[in-house]
Design a protein around this ligand. Structure first.
Ligand code: FMN
Length: 190
């Protein structure tokens, strides 16, 4: 089986540290034989979730596209920035839209059930986004995803990357690559 992995950062920012970090984990996932789809959430602009919009016009086009991507992959590789000790609004908004049913006969939360999730984060701060991952882990568990125990938080992310996008610390670089590898290998267990 070739696991299909959807990879993204929970940041819209062009020079996002989390976008750099997820690309390192993707390398590990691809080297382990995973088929990775990388998306930039900036390419899927969405209104803040509002049930009046949903009631009036259904899910926006980009929510439907994202929902299809979530449903069509086995696992999610996510690097999530920490905003005020929690998830970024951009990331949470995507989860909220994707959680909404698009068809009358669909299974509730079908984009998340039994999906395997690996989390990581990067922040210029001293905790590296760790507190946000607590919330991300809780959220995914509550919507029936399986969140793998291993994660990595890059502290002082503003000084952590080389110009080529890799991490200056080779041990951290390997750990992040291994997150991607570990996610793919989870599907290859007997
Ligand atoms: C609204 C807001 C709240 C933030 N709150 C936190 C926080 O609680 N903890 C933290 O480590 N960094 C916090 N930051 C700093 C982010 O970690 C920093 O902007 C980081 O670069 C965001 O990730 P990105 O580089 O992937 O865009 C906050 C930034 C913003 C804009």
């Amino acid at each position: 089986m070739t696991p299909k992995i959807l990879a993204f950062a929970g940041s819209l920012r062009k020079d996002s540290y989390n976008k750099k970090l997820i690309k390192i984990a993707i390398k590990g996932a691809e080297e382990a034989g995973g088929q990775v789809t990388y998306i930039d959430l900036k390419d899927y602009p969405l209104p803040i979730y509002d049930q009046d919009i949903e009631d009036a016009t259904g899910l926006p086009e980009n929510a439907l596209k994202l929902k299809k991507l979530f449903e069509g992959h086995d696992g999610f590789l996510i690097s999530a920035p920490e905003y005020n000790s929690s998830l970024s609004a951009a990331f949470k908004n995507v989860i909220d839209w994707v959680s909404r049913p698009a068809r009358a006969d669909e299974v509730y939360l079908c984009g998340f059930i039994d999906k395997v999730v690996t989390l990581m984060s990067a922040s210029p701060g001293g905790l590296g986004g760790l507190r946000g991952l607590v919330h991300a882990r809780s959220m995914f568990s509550n919507i029936y995803s399986i969140v793998l125990p291993r994660q990595k938080c890059i502290v002082q992310a503003d000084q952590a990357f080389l110009p080529d996008g890799n991490l200056k610390d080779p041990k951290a670089q390997k750990e992040v690559q291994n997150l991607g590898k570990g996610l793919v290998e989870f599907f290859k267990r007997p």
